[in-house]
Structure formats: C-alpha cells, structure tokens
Design a protein around this ligand. Structure first.
Ligand SMILES: [Fe+2]
Length: 277
C-alpha cells in the first residue's frame, strides 16, 4: 500500500484528471483542511470517496510546555471522525512555546524529564481523541542538552505513552548522516510491533557533512536501500507514504517514485511469503 501526500498544489489537476496519479491512500495535514469548505472541500471529498485517509499533523507541539489546546483538539477530533481517518500522526517535536507558533519543528531535549512530560501529554491526547497517536521520528540538527541517546529517548516515549510509531526512513537517514551513526543499527533497535506506517521523502545535501531534510527533492538510492532493509526487518507489510512538500514535480515523476516504492514493497512481500511457505 503506497500513498501520496495530498497537496493543494495539485488538488485541482488531480480532480479534473484522476487517471494521472495512482496511489492507494492519501495523507493530509488536518490543520490545512479542517477549516475549509466550499470548493476545496469538494476536491478533498471527491478523493475521500476513493482513497482511505491518513493524517499527519503540524501544530500539536507535543514537546512544548504549554497546556493542550482543547478547542483545537475538538475540531481535530471532529475532522478525524468525519473523514474516517485511519491514522492521526504527529511529530515528536515542539512547534509552539508560550502559545506562540515557532513555524518550525524543533527537537525535544533527550532527557528523563522530557520523556515524562511528552508521554503524559500523548496519553492525554490519546484519551481525548479516543485513538492512538502515531509519533514521527523527526530530523534534527543539534541535540539539546541530551541526557540519553536519541534511540533511548524515542523508545522510552513509545513504551511509557503506549503510542505508535511513524517511521520516517528518510529522517533516520538524514539524522544518521548528520550525527554519524549507523541508520540500520538505529532502525533495528526500534520496537517493530509499534510501527504503524512509513514515510519516504527526498532531502538536500548542502555540504560534505550536512543534509537538510527538505521534502523537496526525489528520493535518493541509499534511502530506497534503507527502505528495503526496513521492510525486511519489519517482516510484515505496513502502509508507505511518499511525502513531497516542495518543488512538487509533474504527476508522471511522482508516479515514478510511487511505482519504485511499490516495486520494492512487492519484492520484499513476495520474499516474505516464499519464506513463510
Ligand atoms: Fe515524514
């Protein structure tokens, strides 16, 4: 199952020419769609007749010290119910402080206190929304006052909050490159039973030792290779989303990437079936 991030940039063209892009599901940021009506809602509703919806939030700001925004959560819950969203995912980061939006996704310090704070917040969110939250491993460029390793932090939050994991393979690749660790070793330490779905995206290498996670370039071969490794490690099929936020190319180029993901996905699945037989 390979999905595509649904963007206003191509919503109109896809509405008028649905045959130009084939995917198995769509993903939206609820913030971008839950307050729209009229024409744009009609475009989304048309896709929801054919495609299951996954959601990937932007502004929940799990890591910030602020109280949860109950009004936002109410609207969100309504949107998730109304669209029958399969998953609600968010970034393991913070985007708000003193209720001011920072317009970026900043890493949470890898500390015991942060594990407790974040896990408590995730539990509250899950209780309110009456569904599991799926948290995404984010890319980061400098760890803040770390008391533990990134992998320890993620695993502690997953176990304490009982939430699920959105494994962004590109983010793991970017972090492993920027912070000099082994991406495969990192993935193998994650709890595989918690992985709800996978993100795949492109990035931009701006220096010999620095990659920026842009979601604005095609996926590169080493990330496809890490994707294949991840599917083999998981030993079960999970949905995979192609995330493209900027520099959105023509449908035929998006389709090529979807097809490449599908090819690898089916290859691994076939191998696993043969192994079981
Ligand atoms: Fe992602």
């Amino acid at each position: 199952m390979i999905g595509i991030g649904y963007r206003k940039d191509f919503a109109e063209e896809w509405y008028h020419q649905p045959e130009l892009l084939n995917a198995d599901f769509i993903e939206v940021a609820p913030e971008n769609w839950m307050n729209v009506g009229g024409y744009w809602k009609k475009l989304l509703d048309e896709k929801l007749r054919y495609y299951p919806l996954f959601t990937h939030g932007l502004s929940l700001s799990i890591g910030s010290p602020d109280e949860l925004d109950v009004e936002f959560l109410k609207k969100l819950k309504h949107f998730l119910n109304q669209t029958q969203a399969k998953f609600y995912s968010e970034h393991l980061s913070f985007a708000k402080c003193d209720n001011a939006h920072l317009y970026d996704l900043l890493p949470i310090p890898f500390t015991e206190d942060a594990v407790k704070h974040v896990s408590q917040k995730i539990k509250q969110i899950q209780d309110f929304l009456e569904r599991p939250l799926v948290i995404e491993i984010v890319s980061y460029y400098s760890p803040l006052a770390a008391e533990m390793k990134e992998i320890e932090f993620i695993n502690a939050v997953l176990s304490e909050s009982n939430c699920l994991l959105l494994l962004d393979v590109n983010n793991v690749y970017v972090n492993s490159f920027n912070h000099r660790y082994d991406a495969k070793e990192f993935i193998q330490q994650l709890p595989k039973e918690k992985v709800a779905y996978i993100h795949m995206a492109g990035h931009l290498q701006i220096d010999d030792d620095l990659i920026i996670d842009t979601h604005g370039e095609p996926i590169i071969d080493p990330v496809y290779e890490l994707f294949e490794f991840t599917l083999n490690w998981l030993q079960r099929p999970v949905p995979v989303l192609l995330e493209r936020d900027f520099n959105i190319p023509e449908f035929q180029d998006l389709q090529k990437e979807i097809n490449q993901l599908k090819y690898i996905f089916n290859k691994v699945l076939q191998k696993q079936k043969e192994y079981v037989a």
